[in-house]
Ligand binder design. Structure first.
Ligand code: GRF
Length: 197
């Protein structure tokens, strides 16, 4: 049997993408195992799922650290303790120091609810509606120091329907996110997707 890649997931909230990854990794043939979930918020609902699933968790508030660099060094030591080889950001609402982002370049993934490079940043579903888009979707991409940028691994598309609210569009995109992220991690963990700057 080939060795599974050791994956840590970073969350700040609901954790539905984290859940999709954990559930995919239950399959014996999946090429990755989830070795830990980190949150910068103790009240992140996703933590409860991770606890119940028996996955090691760690919580540190960025507010308790003097600088972004010191906070990131703490995250790094937690990831090292888990032996993480790949990091998946799943609704993690913190920007990294350049050093941390560079350290994980080619080994860190993020998911964003738009077809990047369209609608970076906050409220991308509302941005799509405001732009009059007829389709949107989600992107799993490699993380580079620039926010919501970096080479695409997978995109999945959805239509924007007449009368859509941001919430309705977000829900339609989220269904695709839960398919895209496990598939992207599979590609990365098997080496089928490789980072090219
Ligand atoms: C998702 O829409 C993801 O694309 C974005 O933040 C949201 C997190 O949702 N980065 P969840 O915590 O995975 O449910």
């Amino acid at each position: 049997m080939t060795t599974k890649k050791r994956v840590a997931i970073l969350i700040s909230g609901r954790g539905s993408n984290m859940t999709a990854l954990v559930e995919a990794a239950r399959d014996l043939s999946y090429p990755a195992e989830i070795v830990g979930v980190f949150s910068n918020r103790a009240d992140a609902p996703g933590l409860q799922y991770a606890w119940l699933a028996g996955i090691p968790t760690a919580v540190r508030s960025h507010k308790d650290f003097a600088s972004r660099e010191v906070f990131d060094a703490e995250i790094q030591s937690i990831l090292d303790g888990w032996g993480a080889e790949i990091v998946c950001l799943a609704g993690f609402m913190r920007i990294f120091s350049t050093g941390f982002a560079q350290h994980w370049t080619s080994r860190m993934l993020n998911i964003h609810p738009s077809l990047l490079p369209l609608y970076r940043g906050l409220k991308p579903q509302q941005q799509a509606l405001d732009a009059g888009a007829t389709e949107s979707g989600c992107t799993v991409h490699w993380v580079i120091p620039e926010l919501d940028d970096g080479p695409t691994i997978i995109q999945r598309r959805v239509p924007v329907l007449a009368g859509d609210t941001a919430e309705a569009l977000a829900a339609r995109i989220l269904i695709e996110e839960h398919k895209a992220y496990p598939e992207a991690l599979r590609l990365v963990a098997t080496g089928a997707a490789i980072f090219h700057a």
